[in-house]
Design a protein around this ligand. Structure first.
Ligand SMILES: Cc1cc2nc3c(=O)[nH]c(=O)nc-3n(C[C@H](O)[C@H](O)[C@H](O)COP(=O)(O)O)c2cc1C
Length: 159
């Protein structure tokens, strides 16, 4: 199997983009760009995302008690690029607030979730991080999209 073709086929699945955030005792407040976010369960309320096993932030994101998820707005591509860079996960405090559990959340986002880490599943070269949603909010903003390796946005809204 060609890994490039496999990657390209996976990239045909258009997603949103989010920042996964954590407040670590040693490393401080971090954000990491991810598009592997998915809903998992309504009752109990569970969501998931996947972290690369070789991420420099693997410990911080897999040993935390709580983490945050901020779904990016269409005009927040620069934030996505910023926190997708290696060695660049320390947050710019001005853009974030802290949730009730100390995890950073973007001040402005399409939706925000405060999560308690409840399960880690080892799966190939990633771990699936499952979070129970403790609090959330959602706003009438257009989302940033990621499709075939590029950013995009909705052409029109039907609501
Ligand atoms: C649109 C986009 C989506 C990404 N999704 C994920 C993801 O779901 N999980 C992940 O571990 N890294 C993801 N990455 C990569 C990280 O954002 C980042 O590049 C990587 O963590 C850098 O390596 P480091 O963790 O060792 O610093 C994504 C990057 C981009 C640009």
């Amino acid at each position: 199997m060609s890994s490039t073709e496999f990657r390209n086929a996976l990239g045909a699945f258009t997603t949103g983009v989010c920042l996964i955030t954590v407040n670590d005792g040693e490393s401080g407040s971090l954000a990491l760009t991810a598009n592997s976010f998915s809903s998992l369960s309504l009752d109990p309320p569970l969501v998931l995302w996947n972290i690369q096993n070789d991420s420099d932030c693997f410990r911080e994101y897999t040993e935390c008690a709580h983490f945050g998820i901020s779904i990016l707005c269409a005009d927040q591509q620069a934030l996505s690029g910023c926190y997708a860079r290696k060695d660049n996960h320390r947050i710019v405090e001005d853009d974030f607030l802290s949730d009730s559990y100390g995890a950073p959340l973007l001040k402005r986002a399409v939706a925000r979730f405060s999560c308690k880490l409840v399960q880690l599943v080892e799966a190939g070269d990633h771990h699936i991080v499952i979070g129970e949603v403790m609090a959330f909010d959602a706003h009438d903003e257009s989302p940033l999209l990621f499709s075939r390796g590029s950013y995009d946005q909705l052409a029109s809204r039907t609501d």
